[in-house]
Design a protein around this ligand. Sequence first.
Ligand code: GLA
Length: 399
Amino acid sequence: MALLEACVTHFGERGATHVATAPGRINLIGEHIDYLGLPVFPMALQRHVAIHFRAREDNLVEIANSNADFGRRSFVLKTEIEPFAAGDWGNYAKAAALGVMKMSDRLRGIDALVDSDLVVAAGLSSSSALVVAVALALLAANELVFEPLELAELMAGAERYVGLEGGGMDQAVCLAARAGHACRIDFNPLRVTPVRVPAEWRFVVASSLVTASKSNAVRKGYNSRVRQCREALCTMTEALGLDDRVDSYRELFATVSEEELVRCGEETLSNDLFERFRHVVTECGRVLAAQGAMAADDIERFGQLMIASHESLRDDFKVSCPELNELVDISLAADAVGARLTGAGFGGCIVALCHSSSVGDLIGALERKFYEGRRFAGALEHHLFVASPVGGASVGRSL
Ligand code: GLA
């Protein structure tokens, strides 16, 4: 349904008064370590979830979607809200509402229409963008003001309502990104350090066309890794005699060197746990190195770190899949300096880095060697495009 038609159907003649816009993201490096309190390095991109809305007089949320795959949902704002069925898109709106209810338990509802050019379940954080956009709409409808980072923390907690033990990366970059910059994000307390993306660097996003929806299998695979990493931490601090003074990966890394941790981990942990642990230890080092490489405009170094990150996610963390590996291989054979899966994995997208002079060749190679002969919904530009770093989520008046 065209947006205008959908607006008229949903709002009637009164129309929407405001629009909340929240970007998706690619994670450049630092995968599966945010939920352990370790730094990550994502960038917000130019595809968004937009919510056209107007405040209601009562406490109802009526939310429709211009994408016909997602039916209209409605619920009452209360401090306890029963979820829809597992996997239902309306649960992201309920998650946001419950988060905002923590600020004020008497909220006016909204009539809202979601419109998005962000592919869903592709690892580009469409779900956190939806949560953030609903939260901003509810806050604006109730004239509540919030600091972006405080809201990011609140929403990271709120989104766990859908059953994923996620970290806080997606909400933080969505709310606090700066145009032209990638974001180094640190946790406890949450901090965002913008790093300018050099003018000639291009990040190409390519979808594996394998859906990575955060329901069922992906959620189980993700949550089991969160548990394994926590278990590995406990076992290692005990083995190193540090359990009385170290209870986070950050403290562990400040106390014991990377080499020593890998050596001791191999002796101490079961095979699976050691592989997860080695990914965490090495990935954290790569984030710090990658931030330095971007600041120094060292594209080759950044690319090598991306390649090492992908290998670690594929071999140690085991969250890749054949299609993601194929995209990485095609990219590297076609002049990308680096490529890796981005987001939670299990499908979704890769991000490949190249110099601006190679971007046409890289996109051409991906098109010919991966997408030709495969079926996908909509235009190829939804699945294969160059990401530009944009600023964070915002609310404005409808035009
Ligand atoms: C998902 C989660 C994030 C993060 C990534 C993996 O996107 O929402 O918090 O854990 O996976 O890096």
